[in-house]
Ligand binder design. Sequence first.
Ligand SMILES: [Fe+2]
Ligand SMILES: [Fe+2]
Length: 208
Amino acid sequence: MNWQDKLIVEVDKGLRTLFAKAKSVRPVPGADQPEADLSPAERQHAAALMRINHVGEICAQALYQGQAITSHNPTLRAALEQAAHEETEHLAWTEQRIEELDGRKSLFNPLWYAGALGLGLIAGKCGDKWNLGFLAETERQVEGHLNRHLEQLPATDLRSQGIVEQMKTDEIRHAQTATNLGGAPLPTPVKRLMQGAAKVMTKTAYYV
Ligand SMILES: [Fe+2]
Ligand SMILES: [Fe+2]
């Protein structure tokens, strides 16, 4: 493929992430649970939390895409693509749950996407050990967010909880894969910076 073809493929990926319905091969976790009888406030809260998770998955798509573009290691690219595939399923699950809760996706998704793509491109340029280290740290921070969401979701909302539980299991595995492939622990200031950026994103996405 020449660079023009590659560019078209990547732009197509981005547009699909943002505007097409994501598909899942695995059945949606928690889908066998009955719909909870939630109050309007609980419903809104659950939908807002699932919107945050959806934004996280939009960012995951962009990060993985960026890292795969700038990384030149074929083994690593294959591992990134496998994980990215699971992130697409997460995208599908959270999207479906937002709809069930009568919520809506974040209006800033194109912005989140662009920001995360930039970070992914930079990480990929930094070389395998840092690229993978960044990935592992991202996944670990996401795991932390998902744990907090499991505490914050209405106790009766088993359908949302089922999705978040399975996502957590997958993210833990993604972090482990990245570490096994040689990801280096990131310097503390970088971790703090990432936490700060995530905070801005989650606080905003709760409302918009
Ligand atoms: Fe994910
Ligand atoms: Fe992940």
